[in-house]
Design a protein around this ligand. Structure first.
Ligand SMILES: O=C(O)C(=O)C[C@H](O)[C@H](O)COP(=O)(O)O
Length: 204
């Protein structure tokens, strides 16, 4: 199983996907991969999410993960559906243990020094910084990165194509996450591919 560092370095941006209709899954994943984004985070926020993971997992080049995973049952369901990595908005010990048991790469959300220390206690050095803008923005990330030199971040939450380069410029940031690459509603695959191409060039 690929480790989370490899997944975080496949591209500068992990698109965060909220997809209502499993019929949209494959065309969206194909457009994202064609645009250069391979790690795709399907949030478990819609009833279709597990079917979306199943469909996207069939797309060549896509490395499909599950986001908004809140507990071990959801983690197991996502892995059964084909998720190859797991993302959560926060960090709990039971979820970290479930990821370890399932041997699936796991990116937990952290927002402050205590969260990061709990992640380190659990052997997790690669974390999300969420909600990135609301939790203090780049100034907060810089302050947190100083005492945690070994930690690598994926800031997510409130980031756009315009602000992503500022985050990616920080040496502790391997990638950013964001929902801007796939606008809500019926998919416009040409537009999604163009947004993915732009995102794939960020930080280059
Ligand atoms: O729930 C999770 O596991 C998450 O990953 C949270 C998402 O990353 C953010 O909600 C995306 O934030 P926006 O790009 O501002 O829409």
């Amino acid at each position: 199983m690929t480790d989370i560092a490899k997944i975080m370095t496949l591209a500068p941006v992990i698109p965060v996907l909220v997809i209502e209709d499993a019929a949209h899954a494959r065309p969206i994943a194909e457009a994202l991969v064609a645009g250069g984004l391979r790690a795709l985070e399907v949030t478990l926020r819609t009833p279709a999410a597990l079917d979306v993971i199943r469909e996207m997992a069939k797309v060549d080049g896509a490395v499909v993960g599950a986001g908004t995973v809140l507990n071990g049952d959801q983690l197991d369901a996502a892995v059964d559906a084909g998720a190859r990595f797991i993302v959560s908005p926060g960090l709990t010990k039971p979820l970290a243990r479930a990821a370890e048991k399932a041997r699936v790469p796991y990116l937990p959300g952290t927002a402050n020094a205590g969260d990061i220390m709990r992640a380190l206690d659990l052997g997790l050095t690669h974390v999300k910084f969420f909600p990135a803008e609301a939790a203090g923005g780049i100034a907060a990330l810089k302050a947190l990165a100083a005492p945690f030199g070994q930690v690598r971040f994926c800031p997510t939450g409130g980031i756009s194509a315009a602000t992503a380069p500022n985050w990616l410029a920080h040496p502790s940031v391997l990638c950013v996450g964001g929902s801007w690459v796939v606008p809500a509603g019926a998919p416009d695959v040409a537009r999604i591919q163009a947004l993915a191409e732009e995102a794939a060039r960020l930080g280059a």
